[in-house]
Structures are given as structure tokens and as C-alpha cells.
Write a protein of this length. Structure first.
Length: 104
């Protein structure tokens, strides 16, 4: 079991995020080749809520998971959020080389 990386396809977040939030992200990005890194970048740029169906409440949930997974630097106050890493099970999507298998 390995962690999510920025290179993971968006699909890998499906195992982590609540289903409705993942669906909103997938639809909002509208890019079959989108990666976890794209979500992290939008988060860092404060642009995630510009996507349809991503409210500030959902942004908070997304930030929480990205932070716990170590993909995002915590902003003020967030570093005190409880670390639930051991409770999050990452299942890499099909077509992801980050999980298992050696590409070369
Ligand atoms: Zn992956």
C-alpha cells in the first residue's frame, strides 16, 4: 500500500474522498487526464471553489484529506487538525502506476 502522489490520476482520490465530492471534482475539472496534482494546485491557488459544485464546505473536506495525505502544506491553524492518516485507506485507480507494479 503506497500513498497518493501528485502524479496519481484523479481517479485515485475516489477511494479517499466522499463520493459526492469526488464526483463534483471530476465533473468540475472536466479533464479525463486530470491528476491529484491538479487538485492540489487549484487548492493552493485558492481556485478550487471556482469549480461548479465545490462549496467552501467541500473545499474544507478536500483540504483535510490532502493535508492528512501530506499533499498540501497546512495553513495557519490547520496543522492542529487531528492526524487521521491511519484511518484513510488509499486504493489506487486503474491505470495508476503509483500503487503497485513497476512501470519499467
Ligand atoms: Zn494512484
Amino acid at each position: 500500500m503506497s500513498d497518493l502522489t501528485a502524479d496519481c490520476p484523479l481517479q485515485c482520490l475516489a477511494s479517499v474522498l466522499p463520493r459526492v465530492i469526488y464526483a463534483a471534482l471530476e465533473t468540475g475539472l472536466g479533464n479525463p487526464a486530470a491528476t491529484v496534482g491538479d487538485v492540489v494546485a487549484l487548492c493552493e491557488q485558492g481556485k478550487l471553489t471556482e469549480l461548479p459544485n465545490i462549496s467552501y464546505g467541500r473545499l474544507g473536506r478536500i483540504r483535510f484529506y490532502l493535508l492528512v495525505l501530506g499533499l498540501l502544506e497546512p495553513e495557519y491553524g490547520e496543522s492542529r487538525w487531528p492526524n487521521r492518516r491511519d484511518q484513510i485507506v488509499v486504493v489506487h485507480g486503474e491505470g495508476c502506476l503509483g500503487g503497485e507494479g513497476d512501470p519499467g
